[in-house]
Design a protein around this ligand. Structure first.
Ligand code: UDP
Length: 382
């Protein structure tokens, strides 16, 4: 059998695969071969131009923001930036409300005026359901904002998005959305919000421009697994349960179906994203032009329909999956000893944002670098 050989083999050309190929080829001067089953790089960050020349996010909107300035600094080698002022509204009873919930949402929803934080806190304290130690998504939101807001803004969106009762979901998931007692309108918590000027695909393709990096598109790792030979490292960014042949059972994932429509209109929505918690089968409509800032007489709107079938997008953080993944983690530790490393949202079964996944890949690189320089095998890496 003819072997497919490289110093480093990377399964998946998403953000993790591109970052690690970039660092390993540049800093360690090792050859990297990336195997990608899709026909493009950049994973779910992939954006591309439609027939009207409009840039759209094929796998849903990616609102890039940074917790850590170093991650921004690293990515700045591959792209220029435009500001990312992501503003989302929730459509409730045919009115647009700021989401995440902020002081203005509460004023408009309850038909009140609050002069300061103290007044709004006093008001919302009376609405809160007294739950000492909220244990799940529902209890968390009820304990912070009370029944009316929970039922109109969170409950049905969450049931639609995850296909299960919010009682079965973790409170950490609810914590993704900030709750604000001020008028900050931005969707994300982080102040460093930027979009790659020419898009994500452009940024990631700049990252892998190195003669030591080879990319095989339309290449399913599982079909050629037996032919693979890595001299230094294997980096795996796919689903962990699949890697181990579903030894302990299947992890659950949530997926999305996107429907795109192009219109001959400059803009349709006033803001990039409208959430529909209570009506329709889709959760949100996105007009990405608001953040790509493209100038065109056309615009694209996407609708997102959650589904349990299809490609894995979201890990589902409930008790079953958390404990099942812990079992797989033990197997991953054994693989680490063979210089096989699992990284990214899928492989770590973790609801990472894009900046977090890049930061995590850069941290893995630091470990690989030490191992490579000291020629030591990895003891305990996960
Ligand atoms: N969520 C909600 N109402 C909203 C928006 C979000 O109840 O209008 C909940 C929902 O459960 C969702 C979670 O908050 O899955 C996290 O939302 P986020 O927008 O961060 O999800 P993503 O953009 O990653 O799909």
């Amino acid at each position: 059998m003819k072997m497919i050989e490289s110093d480093v083999i990377i399964v998946g050309a998403g953000p993790v695969g591109c970052v690690l190929a970039n660092k390993i080829s540049e800093d360690l001067k090792l050859n990297c071969l990336i195997l990608e089953k899709r026909n493009h790089i950049a994973g779910n960050c992939y954006d591309t131009y439609n027939s009207k020349g409009l840039l759209y996010h094929k796998y849903g909107p990616h609102y890039l923001r940074f917790k850590n300035r170093n991650t921004l600094k690293y990515l700045s080698k591959f792209t220029k930036w435009i500001p990312g002022n992501y503003i989302v509204k929730s459509v409730v009873d045919n009115k647009l409300y700021p989401i995440p919930i902020n002081l203005e949402t509460l004023e408009n929803f309850f038909n009140k005026k609050f002069r300061n934080k103290k007044e709004v806190l006093a008001f919302i304290n009376k609405k809160k359901v007294k739950i000492k130690n909220p244990k799940n998504f529902e209890e968390y939101v009820l304990s912070k904002l009370g029944k009316e807001i929970y039922e109109k803004f969170y409950k049905n969106y969450t049931i639609k998005q995850w296909g299960m009762s919010p009682k079965r979901l973790s409170k950490e998931l609810a914590g993704r959305l900030p709750i604000r007692m001020n008028r900050n309108p931005y969707y994300v918590k982080e102040k460093l919000r930027f979009m790659p000027k020419k898009g994500f695909t452009n940024m990631f393709s700049n990252m892998v421009k190195n003669k030591r990096i080879k990319i095989r598109l339309n290449c399913d790792f599982y079909k050629i697994k037996k032919e693979i030979k890595y001299n230094n490292f294997l980096i795996y960014t796919g689903e962990p349960d699949r890697y181990f042949n579903y030894k302990y059972g299947k992890l659950d994932w949530r997926s999305l179906i996107f429907k795109f429509n192009t219109y001959k209109k400059k803009k349709i929505q006033k803001f990039v994203q409208y959430n529909y918690p209570n009506e329709h089968k889709f959760t949100r409509t996105v007009e990405i032009k608001h953040v790509t800032k493209q100038k065109s007489n056309y615009t694209v709107i996407s609708k997102e329909f959650p589904t349990s079938k299809g490609e894995p997008y979201y890990p589902i953080s409930n008790k079953r999956n958390v404990s099942l993944f812990k079992k797989y983690q033990k197997l991953i530790l054994k693989e680490n000893k063979k210089n096989v490393f699992f990284e990214g949202r899928l492989a770590k079964y973790k609801y990472f944002n894009t900046d977090e996944v890049i930061e995590s890949a850069l941290n893995l690189f630091k470990k690989l670098k030490i191992m490579h320089k000291t020629k030591k095998r990895c003891k305990n890496s996960y």
